[in-house]
Design a protein around this ligand. Structure first.
Ligand code: NAD
Length: 257
């Protein structure tokens, strides 16, 4: 998988899946533009250390993707990109009658609308170069639902619809657009829930993981950020040149149920 000379923008890439995806793209030789809404010294340090580790160019661009104009500016500040990974996402869990309106709007803005904005700005450059790869990190919740996650499930289903539409609008132009749909991935966000769940359910760590977190994941194993990153690298390769407008599940069998 040789991506040397390609520039990849990965949104929400200072932690979790985004960071894992960025690392695998760098390992494959791609130059990187990292992003989050923060502008801390450690964000810029992360870019420097990744450049040293992988021998590629890495920069960090702060942009709050809840705002459409900042999502658009991210691609402009990056100088365009060959590979665009829309990964930034947040979650809020509540019954629909009690779902806070501001949380609904925020989740739709970050998890769905930001991808619309970045794709719209990135595509003309990809078309001009005659090559491009767009990968949207959706979720098993882009294909199936769970109670109390109305905004997240709606946004992720929307991402799958956007993926199909952009796949059609770019077909035959050496540009592909696909969605990766992870099941549960052991990111710091998920790891942080384990101690509380152990207390609430009076269970040990292994039982919480198997019976609470991975209740719907038949493999009873987390997907890893490296596995999501490897899937993205494969989608960027020539092997996947005819894979477009579709979803790739990495969910231990969740959506086969
Ligand atoms: P995470 O919290 O570790 O990472 C989320 C990233 O998005 C962070 O870098 C964060 O800074 C960034 N972000 C949040 N709000 C932002 C904003 N307003 N502007 C810019 N960046 C912002 O979570 P994660 O688990 O790595 O999730 C990454 C993606 O994967 C999300 O889209 C999530 O829905 C999806 N996903 C995660 C899982 C899982 O089990 N962890 C499963 C399926 C899908």
């Amino acid at each position: 998988m040789e991506l040397r000379g390609k520039r990849a923008v990965v949104t929400g890439s200072n932690s979790g899946i985004g960071l894992g995806v960025a690392e695998e793209l760098a390992r494959a030789g791609a130059d990187l533009v990292l992003n989050s809404f923060t502008n801390r010294e450690e964000d810029h340090e992360l870019a420097k250390s990744m450049a040293d580790r992988f021998g590629v160019a890495v920069s960090y661009v702060q942009a709050d993707l809840s705002k459409g104009d900042e999502a658009r500016a991210l691609i402009e500040k990056a100088g365009g990109c060959d590979i665009l990974v829309n990964n930034a996402g947040i979650q809020h869990v509540a019954p629909i009658e009690e779902f806070p309106v501001d949380q609904w709007n925020r989740i739709i803005a970050i998890n769905l609308s930001s991808a619309f904005h970045t794709i719209a700005v990135a595509l003309p450059g990809m078309r001009a170069k005659g090559w491009g790869r767009i990968v949207n990190i959706a979720s098993a919740h882009g294909l199936t639902a769970s109670p109390y996650k109305s905004a997240y499930v709606s946004a992720k289903h929307g991402v799958v619809g956007l993926t199909k539409t952009v796949g059609l609008e770019t077909a035959g132009q050496n540009i592909t657009c696909n969605a990766v749909c992870p099941g549960y991935v052991l990111t710091p966000l998920v790891e942080a829930q384990i101690p509380d769940q152990m207390k609430v359910h009076k269970m040990d760590r292994e039982t919480v993981i198997r019976e609470v977190l991975l209740d719907r994941q038949p493999s009873k194993q987390f997907a890893t950020t490296e596995q999501i990153g490897g899937t993205v690298v494969w989608l960027c390769s020539d092997y996947a040149a005819q894979v477009t407008g579709t979803t790739i599940s990495v969910d231990g069998g969740w959506t086969a149920l």
